[in-house]
Design a protein around this ligand. Structure first.
Ligand code: FES
Length: 70
């Protein structure tokens, strides 16, 4: 599914970028801007930014839940 139609960035592309950033530095502070820069893009209209922030938040929430279950 395309998340950013301006730059043609898919959900998978964003997930892979977030995973790569976290592999490089597990304590990285993820922001939509960092995700864009890492992919070599810049936001154009900005309509997708809230979706990217939600994806980052969802990953943090999932990992926090997993940590709490240990
Ligand atoms: S939809 Fe991502 S910058 Fe426009």
């Amino acid at each position: 599914m395309i998340v950013c139609s301006c730059n043609v960035i898919s959900h998978h592309d964003i997930e892979a970028t977030i995973a790569a950033l976290r592999d490089l530095d597990p304590n990285v502070v993820l922001t939509a801007g960092l995700v864009y820069r890492t992919m070599g893009h810049r936001p154009k209209c900005g309509n997708c930014l809230s979706n990217i922030v939600r994806m980052i938040h969802a990953i943090h929430t999932d990992e926090a839940d997993k940590q709490a279950q240990k």
